[in-house]
Design a protein. Structure first.
Length: 302
């Protein structure tokens, strides 16, 4: 019963967090100086009278609370409106951009978690100073080197100087950069947790039976570190969202990040709100699922 209540609380907290983020984004967008009508006016496409009429038609002359209620009522039905600059349904634009972001995020996460697991298990099985040094190096990389700077350097070296990879649209470099960043966030703490797990009685028994180091590390040590691995993966997934958006802009990938940046430049509020809503709900969903799984597999949190 206590565990069920804990899970329900985690779900309720996630819903409240998502609602607060969406509401805050809406009102921040509305209080920013200028809107899409101003942008179009500066471009010479609208007269003063046309700007007034366009604001009325778009409902921008209504009170903020009224605008928010109207937007939420439509968004709950899957209708995020139309792009003010491109006159296309925002839902269709998101549907075109989302697969690119999901593919990039999945590949980066799989590479980062896989690398972290491989290094942590190998260092646990063989107790190598070289492997421990490599783990420390990747951890320092993730802390000290911003992904945007790493991406810019990768473009300069591998695309411009060496000409090995395309500057625009390539997935290899951004996946490696974000994957290394994720691995650095996970591998150090996972390695320390595995060090402690090695001292558990059943692990010492397995070693006494003469089992191979790899089998001991994977079958006996790693399961003991499952809760911390799950928690670290959740943190990496949360950071992955922001990192993916940055890399999309830098490498001109047609995903949610590029779509959002273009919308911000053009004050295209429907796209901004829809994109931030999708990102916020994704982050909250990830954190909520990780929290629930963590509580289920770790009885100390129930």
């Amino acid at each position: 019963m206590d565990r069920l209540a804990s899970v329900l609380f985690a779900v309720l907290r996630g819903l409240v967090q998502a609602a607060c983020i969406v509401a805050l984004t809406f009102f921040l967008c509305r209080v920013m100086p200028g809107d899409v009508v101003d942008v179009l006016g500066l471009e010479g496409g609208l007269t003063a009278d046309q700007q007034v009429e366009m604001r009325r038609a778009l409902g921008l002359d209504q009170p903020l609370l009224s605008q928010f209620v109207t937007w939420v009522s439509h968004a709950l039905q899957g209708d995020f409106g139309r792009s003010l600059r491109f006159d296309q349904p925002v839902s269709d634009m998101l549907a075109n951009a989302l697969p690119v972001t999901l593919r990039f995020a999945f590949l980066s996460f799989a590479f980062g978690v896989g690398l972290a697991l491989l290094l942590a298990i190998a260092a646990t099985a063989f107790r190598s100073r070289w492997l421990d040094g490599l783990i420390d190096g990747i951890n320092i990389w993730s802390i000290a080197v911003p992904t945007f700077c790493a991406g810019f350097a990768a473009i300069l070296i591998f695309s411009i100087w060496l000409g090995w990879l395309p500057v625009i649209g390539g997935l290899l470099m951004p996946v490696i950069i974000i994957g290394l960043d994720n691995a650095g966030q996970i591998v150090k703490s996972l390695r320390e947790e595995l060090k402690e797990a090695v001292m558990l009685p059943h692990v010492r028994t397995a070693r006494a039976k003469g089992l191979s180091p790899w089998r001991i590390a994977i079958a006996h040590v790693l399961p003991a570190a499952a809760p911390i691995m799950l928690a670290l993966s959740g943190l990496a997934l949360g950071g992955l969202v922001a990192g993916s958006l940055t890399m999309e802009v830098l490498f001109a990938l047609p995903g949610i990040g590029s779509l959002t940046l273009n919308a911000i430049h053009g004050r295209d509020y429907p796209i901004i709100l829809a994109a931030v809503t999708v990102i916020a709900v994704a982050l909250v969903l990830i954190n909520t699922v990780i929290d629930i799984l963590h509580r289920l597999i770790d009885p100390r949190l129930a």
